[in-house]
Design a protein around this ligand. Structure first.
Ligand SMILES: Nc1ncnc2c1ncn2[C@@H]1O[C@H](COP(=O)(O)OP(=O)(O)OP(=O)(O)O)[C@@H](O)[C@H]1O
Ligand SMILES: [Ca+2]
Ligand SMILES: [Ca+2]
Length: 585
């Protein structure tokens, strides 16, 4: 048991259909040993440790050989972490093209892994009677970690019903981390099941060889295939319909404290073959639970879609928003925003390059569409839109998709209620300068908190969160944030104050009309809020050490001792001066 019938004998190199233009990539077919060919030399300094010589990942989604791929082929869901680990382990044997030595090294490691693998406890405690309940049929898809088959329920509620079964081979679980990943994938699928854009989760089983995840069958194929069928890209109006669904799914995950970490067109499936079939997010194999204030550091994902802060090993759910930016860019123009022949080249591009918004078809794409993508592909994760904010963006506004509760609001309000009165005054002035666009989102969030008599209190934040809670949220300890919001229990907040509390200065700075917003805000601040302040006091307010007094002195007007315009914007933003001792510990 455990093997479903495959119409394909091997994994196909999806570069086989070729590409056009100079960006054509020749991807090596994956070998069973996983050995890689050396990368082409690059003029850029590598983001990897010395000796690390990355190559593009072998593509592996079958059946794409016949398609003409108008842009370079997609990256597989190769976990970057595994790649880096492999390279790090073999780096001693690398350099100067010492391929044979590297081969021996890899073989030795594989033997070690096999030894380690046999010592691992691969007993998950799942029921063992898969065969009694389901009949396995043909393969419908394949990935790195398993293959997915069609199956039919033999008894119970699912008798006669078609389902999908992801069969994950225990032989591929060569480390305790890999085993934990499968456990987590099951937990997440279970916890998030039920949302319109999530797969329904039915059952999980295991036997000596495999774990079997039984879930809703999606018969409409991958988003990637539909992009290809449409000649490489979507028309702008159709793209909106796709992006709205992606955002709805991802906003739900993020509110539950789940970061997907592998969002790409291969990981979205259409429920049926209909043109307007609902889209579902799949493959939580690299996903994790994350608290709102936590930073994750494991480097996983797919190269073309990975966010810069993931490569810097410090990230949260904003990393998924970057990937949605990449997907939207591809949907709209049919090219990848960050491309190179080698994986290290892709990473360098992700870290440094600005995507092209000038070439065809960008001139024909609406200003709002471009603005939307640019706000997701901001390299500073603090400036990126959240999923809920993206749904409120003018590009998607007419789609009338309900705006979901945004955990960012909780983070920002928590900081606001703990800020000094002077900082709160500065934020209040800023909130008065907001445009209709920003207010639209804030209004939606305020309504979700169900104000009574026009104001909200801690209770409103609690109730709204609990209303949306699944087991995922418990696991990610999302509600812990409410403890930090305790000062709000004795306080009421009206919409005006909520706006001051729930705005992110970083995000506003990313707006095209930030200069105007800041200038207007300063005028309000001058009328109400600006006061005489000494450099010492300002430095304290900004959490800076005495050595920074000289720096902040220039931000105070000599004429009346109040903040000047630059001082106001610096005060709002906070100061991050790297490699200096200006911040208090
Ligand atoms: N519920 C489903 N219904 C239909 N097909 C599915 C379903 N789940 C997965 N598939 C197919 O199987 C493929 C592999 O599934 P999945 O991405 O979960 O596996 P994986 O081994 O984690 O892949 P990867 O290499 O991308 O990490 C999908 O790309 C899709 O084509
Ligand atoms: Ca996948
Ligand atoms: Ca996966």
């Amino acid at each position: 048991m455990g093997q479903c019938y495959s119409s394909r004998s091997s994994v196909v190199n999806d570069a086989g259909g070729g590409g056009t233009g100079p960006a054509v990539e020749t991807v090596p077919a994956p070998s069973t040993s996983g050995r890689q060919t050396p990368a082409a030399p690059s003029p850029w300094p590598s983001p990897y440790p010395a000796g690390v010589n990355p190559t593009p990942s072998p593509a592996r989604t079958p059946g794409r050989r016949l398609m003409r791929w108008p842009f370079p082929p997609p990256s597989p869901a190769k976990p970057i972490m595994a790649l880096m680990r492999r390279r790090r382990n073999s780096s001693a044997a690398e350099g100067g093209g010492a391929t044979p030595r590297r081969g021996q090294e890899e073989e030795r490691r594989e033997r070690e892994e096999e030894g380690e693998s046999s010592r691992l406890d691969k007993n998950f405690g799942y029921p063992k009677n898969f065969g009694a309940k389901y009949e396995l049929g043909k393969e419908v898809g394949r990935g790195h970690f398993g293959h997915t088959c069609w199956a039919k329920g033999k008894k119970g509620e699912l008798k006669g019903q078609s389902v999908a079964v992801k069969v994950i081979s225990k032989a591929k679980m060569t480390s305790a981390i890999a085993i934990e990943d499968v456990r987590r994938e099951v937990k997440i699928l279970k916890a998030l099941s039920g949302h319109k854009h999530m797969l329904k989760f039915y059952d999980v089983f295991e036997d000596a060889n495999n774990v079997y995840l039984v879930m809703e069958l999606c018969e409409g194929g991958e988003l990637l295939d539909r992009i290809l069928q449409r000649g490489g890209r979507y028309m702008e109006e159709d793209a909106k319909g796709i992006v709205v669904q992606i955002l709805s799914a991802v906003a739900f995950c993020h509110l539950q404290g789940v970061v997907h970490r592998d969002l790409k067109p291969e990981n979205f499936l259409f429920a049926t073959k209909d043109e307007d079939a609902p889209l579902k997010v799949i493959d939580f194999g690299l996903s994790d639970f994350v608290r709102p204030d936590q930073r994750l550091n494991d480097v996983v994902g797919s190269a073309y879609y990975v966010a810069p802060e993931v490569l810097h090993r410090s990230y949260n759910v904003e990393a998924d928003m970057w990937s949605i930016g990449v997907i939207t860019y591809i949907l709209l123009c049919g090219s990848r925003p960050f491309w190179a022949r080698t994986e290290s080249g892709i990473f360098r591009s992700v870290l440094r390059a600005d995507p092209n918004f000038d070439d065809t078809p960008w001139p024909t794409i609406s200003k709002e569409g471009k603005d939307f993508v640019k706000h997701l592909l901001n390299k500073d994760h603090r400036k990126r839109m959240t999923a809920a904010q993206s749904l409120a963006h003018p590009w998607l506004r007419e789609k009338n998709c309900p705006i979901p509760l945004d955990i960012l609001i909780y983070k920002l309000v928590k900081s606001y209620i703990r800020a000094t009165p002077f900082k709160r005054a500065a934020l209040k002035a800023l909130s008065k300068a907001l445009t209709e666009n920003e207010l639209f989102y804030l209004n939606a969030q305020f309504r979700l908190l169900e104000p009574k008599g026009g104001s909200i209190s801690l209770e409103n934040f609690k109730v709204a969160l609990m209303k949306n809670a699944t087991d995922g949220m418990k696991e990610a300890r999302v509600a812990d944030i409410l403890n930090m919001m305790e000062p709000l229990s004795a306080k009421k907040m009206d919409f005006e104050e909520f706006c001051a509390a729930a705005i992110s200065v970083y995000q506003l700075e990313a707006l095209e009309d930030w200069d105007r917003i800041a200038a207007t805000a300063y005028e309000y601040f001058e009328q109400e809020g600006n006061r005489v302040i000494s450099p010492e006091e300002l430095a304290r307010e900004m959490n800076l050490v005495p050595a920074a007094y000289a720096l902040v002195k220039d931000w105070i007007r000599s004429s009346d001792g109040k903040l000047n315009f630059i001082g106001y914007t610096k005060f709002l933003h906070g100061v991050t001066i790297r490699n200096s001792n200006t911040r208090r510990q």
